[in-house]
Write a new protein. Sequence first.
Length: 432
Amino acid sequence: MRSTQEIKVGLLGLGVVGGGVAATLLGQGDALSRKIGRRLVLEKILVRDPAKARPADVPAALITTNPEEILADPQIQVVVEVMGGAQPANRYLQDALSAGKHVVTANKEVMAKHGPELLALAQQRRVHLLFEASVGGGIPIVGCLTNQLLANDIRSVRSIINGTTNYILTRMAHQHTDFPVALKEAQERGYAEADPTNDVEGIDASYKLSVLAYLAFHQRVPPENIYREGISRLQAQDFRYAQELGYAIKSLAIATLEGGAIQARVYPALVPLDNMLAKVDGVYNAVEVDGNLCGRVLFHGRGAGREPTTSAVVGDLVEIARRMDGAGPLPPVAALERPWPIRPIGDLRSRYYLRLTVADRPGVLAQIAHILGERLISIAAVVQKDTNLAEQTAELVITTHSAQEASVQQALREMTGLSVVRRVNNLIRIEE
Ligand SMILES: NC(=O)c1ccc[n+]([C@@H]2O[C@H](COP(=O)([O-])OP(=O)(O)OC[C@H]3O[C@@H](n4cnc5c(N)ncnc54)[C@H](OP(=O)(O)O)[C@@H]3O)[C@@H](O)[C@H]2O)c1
């Protein structure tokens, strides 16, 4: 009987996500097998620390610290990797695929750095490698880009794909707090790690964007080719002024294919308040895909956490169980014969928000406008803010029309040389 057929699963990792996957496989086995017609049997779970307390519902006999008990066990047909980090995860995934096992991973770092090779290996070994949980937690974006949206030429992917930074930025906007205060609160509530570098510097988002760009444009966009700026230099004033100008500030991960070249970047940006992305708050994620056939499609949901990520991982397991019945693996991503070049950030054309502290006296604006004009950067609006009588300074907020990034950076360098410019406080791009 087909319904009694078992698929033996090995789990690498029993942390936040692994705990959720184990609980689902152990606790909801009957319900799952009714849905998919096969029984997913959890055979072994790899952990690092044998002394750590484990959930009571996980039988001790399942736990091992020896990866070979999973990778070299011919009975285990599917390996689920929820350990994290590039190594040894990449090595274990290679071993599992080489041994003819199907693989599900939630690991964006491994997929960003080694995904194309792993997918090629999976294809060569005629097994499946699925990675829905690596981007956007419970949001089904990987499967949609791989399958349902495949007929499209994708023009852009614009996303909020790091819940930690989005939580911090939401608190800064709503509570008018500075970055360190909002970060501390995020850490206390378990939304940010003790070392938040990967999240707040945009590293995590660059891994996820690398995965999305690979799926969207059918070519590798390595994390090191993704321009990256973190959120730590944002201040409470930026949110206040942005709001007055009609914008929210969001950390965006954007990949575009325009004019025969790809550009990929992660940075905080001003987003018009009536744009859907401006309304994505707290730990939520959103991915907007623009395709030539589907137009703009927005995916929104919980981008992390035990339950949403478990939903994605188990969904991949179900997909594998179904595919095991029939056809062999699909080609993972059809590689382009002639890849698009990847443009440097200097080529970006964008609008800009600039906040300067300047001497509070006549003629200052003329000097700044002269530098901008020389670089063909035209001013959209200028607002003078917060005069400091003791220092005899004022804050100047300038927004520009569309200009080239390299010219704007050059103009900034020239401005810092002006005696009337005391500080360049912030430069933030405006995404319309
Ligand atoms: N947490 C989320 O919300 C979320 C969302 C989407 C994707 N992901 C991805 O899912 C993966 C897991 O994240 P997580 O939050 O569940 O991590 P976690 O809580 O830190 O758990 C990691 C697990 O892997 C085990 N492990 C780590 N290195 C190991 C090694 N070298 N050998 C054996 N076992 C090892 C750990 O063992 P011990 O228990 O013995 O320490 C632990 O059980 C990561 O790739 C992450 O990016 C997480």
